[in-house]
Design a protein around this ligand. Structure first.
Ligand code: F6P
Length: 538
């Protein structure tokens, strides 16, 4: 369960009014976040207030917070009940003059209603380490003209849909939750950005981001996402929300990789947390595992919208998942590089790529990189056909060969190669096995390279940025149309949607008789098995 929060805040201003900045350090157990922001033509009091508002906005409702500030004025406003008196007095002081920064006071009033806050006056940055850190963050923010805190935790200073008490009463602001689950891939940030911007620019919809996949949903680790947090992330790999591919709320065992252990069913905590945040629907960005969980939540009555992601491209309900094109681009670049060294040393180079039980990455990167032999799980191979191809190339004067192998590929009659870590088995390692076998069966020198998680990292390609943006915007449209329990998808060049129930069925595999394989065969690629165009592989 969540512990209480310890928060330090500080504001700084050069000139009153003038350029200002604010910073905050938020601690919960072992987790520490630094956030900051800046504004032009502002005042010191505004920055002090802004720091407290932004820090409290990062904290889930219902939490207890010890808030440390060096502003006696701010601390007294709470401890002596001034703020409540002003609000009931039409935001006028006891002398009748209007209270400045009423917008921020209003937000603090609301936030103090949903958290239990203890305000603590600290001596100031010369004698308090954490207060000094907040001051540093504030000053850095003035200099950089923006957030200086950790990139993932930048505050929503420009959030256009803050739920002030008036807003709550007068408008129909709706709330969407969002999380990224499963293995990361390039384009996740692009889709988060599209959902947040699509929601707050065009409609009165707020977006709450849950951190670290379903774990954040269970542990209520969440915060409102505004324009500020999603600015500048379109081209960034990874996910600002963090992800996890083992925290299943229905079988929850945080921190454990021992799959023999039985976890706890914490799905009701997850549902409860959605209610606390007044979230109407949850957007789950994930691959097959996360979408299955999303589907289970839909059966508990949680309205869910799915967005498919995976570098493996193995979801049948969409022609393409974002992340795939970026992974293929990375793998192709790697194959191009391997080519030059293979040629120099007259070696057989084996490049192992990811993809689990589907050969999409191997096939497409292999074709794009001019692989001589492509081995995919859909076509079990035989070593003698591989050696035959290498020999045939030698006879044609080509002293090197490139083999692109999917991690899930395996020889006829054998099993795929796995790596065991604790109780968890993961595909991987077939590349070096093939390399050794080639050296045994021929007089050729061979080396293997496993590309591994390189394929999941780095900047998304333009294709993935665009697809992710289209998916994110469509998810917001589904929400507005109350089309829940559906997943957005690409069909041809159209963004559509499909029932989640259907979307989670099966795995999309490469068709050994399909046009892609036939095109590869036509340019002389071997699949380690005598496939011919139109011939059935059994
Ligand atoms: O599903 C994406 C993927 O990258 C697979 O291609 C690969 O087998 C697997 O995830 C690796 O997962 P992990 O992040 O657990 O190493």
């Amino acid at each position: 369960m969540t512990d209480g929060y310890i928060v330090y805040t500080d504001g700084a201003c050069s000139g009153n009014p003038g350029p200002g900045g604010w910073g905050a350090v938020i601690m919960q157990g072992e987790t520490v976040r630094e956030i900051s922001g800046s504004a032009d033509n502002t005042t010191n009091q505004r920055m002090e207030l802004q720091a407290a508002v932004e820090a409290l906005r990062m904290i889930p409702p219902g939490s207890s917070v010890k808030l440390h500030s060096d502003s006696a004025y701010l601390v007294n406003c709470f401890n002596q009940g001034w703020m409540k008196r002003w609000s009931s007095n039409g935001w006028r002081t006891s002398k009748g003059s209007p209270v400045e920064n009423r917008d921020l006071w209003n937000q603090l009033l609301e936030l103090s209603g949903i958290h239990t806050i203890e305000w603590i006056k600290v001596k100031g940055h010369s004698s308090d380490r954490l207060n000094r850190r907040c001051d540093e963050l504030a000053r850095e923010a003035i200099n950089t003209g923006g957030g200086a805190g950790s990139e993932t935790d930048n505050p929503a200073v420009n959030c256009t849909a803050e739920r002030t008490p008036e807003r709550k009463k007068n408008s129909k602001t709706r709330r969407l939750g969002i999380l990224t689950g499963g293995g990361d891939c390039p384009g996740l940030n692009a889709v988060i950005r599209a959902v947040v911007k699509g929601a707050i620019y065009n409609y009165d919809i707020e977006v709450v981001g849950f951190n670290n996949g379903f774990r954040g949903l269970v542990e209520n680790d969440a915060a409102l996402l505004g324009d500020y947090q999603v600015s500048g992330i379109l081209n960034r790999g990874g996910t600002i929300l963090g992800t996890s591919n083992r925290d299943n709320p229905f079988d929850f065992r945080p921190g454990s990789t021992d799959y023999r252990q039985t976890g706890e069913d914490r799905s009701s905590d997850a549902v409860e947390n959605l209610k606390k945040w007044e979230i109407e629907a949850l957007v789950v960005i994930g691959g097959d595992g996360s979408l299955l969980l999303a589907n289970r939540f839909s059966k508990l009555g949680v309205p869910v919208i799915g967005i498919p992601k995976t570098i493996d491209n193995d979801l049948p309900a969409t022609d393409v998942t974002f992340g795939f094109d970026s992974a293929v681009t990375t793998a192709t670049e790697a194959i191009d590089k391997i080519h030059t060294t293979a040629e120099s040393h007259h070696r057989v180079m084996v490049v192992e790529v990811m993809g689990r039980y589907a050969g999409w990455i191997a096939l497409t990167a292999g074709m794009a990189g001019g692989g001589d032999i492509i081995l995919i799980p859909e076509v079990p191979f035989e070593y003698h056909y591989i050696v035959e191809k290498i020999t045939e190339r030698r006879h044609r004067g080509k002293k090197f060969s490139i083999i692109v192998v999917a991690e899930g590929a395996y020889p006829v009659g054998e099993e795929a190669v796995y790596q065991q870590k604790g109780d968890v088995k993961r595909l991987g390692g077939i590349g070096p096995v093939i390399s050794r076998e080639i050296e045994k069966r021929s007089d050729t020198e061979s080396r293997a390279t496993i590309l591994g998680h390189l394929q999941r990292g780095g900047s998304p390609t333009s294709y993935d940025r665009i697809l992710a943006t289209r998916f994110g915007v469509k998810a917001v449209e589904l929400f507005l149309d109350r089309r829940f329990n559906e997943m957005v998808c690409l069909r041809g060049n159209r963004i559509e949607s499909v029932a989640l129930e259907e979307a989670v069925k099966g795995t999309k595999l490469v068709d050994p008789e399909g046009e892609l394989v036939r095109a590869a065969l036509a340019v002389g690629t071997s699949f380690g098995y005598p496939l011919k165009s139109g011939e059935q592989h059994s």
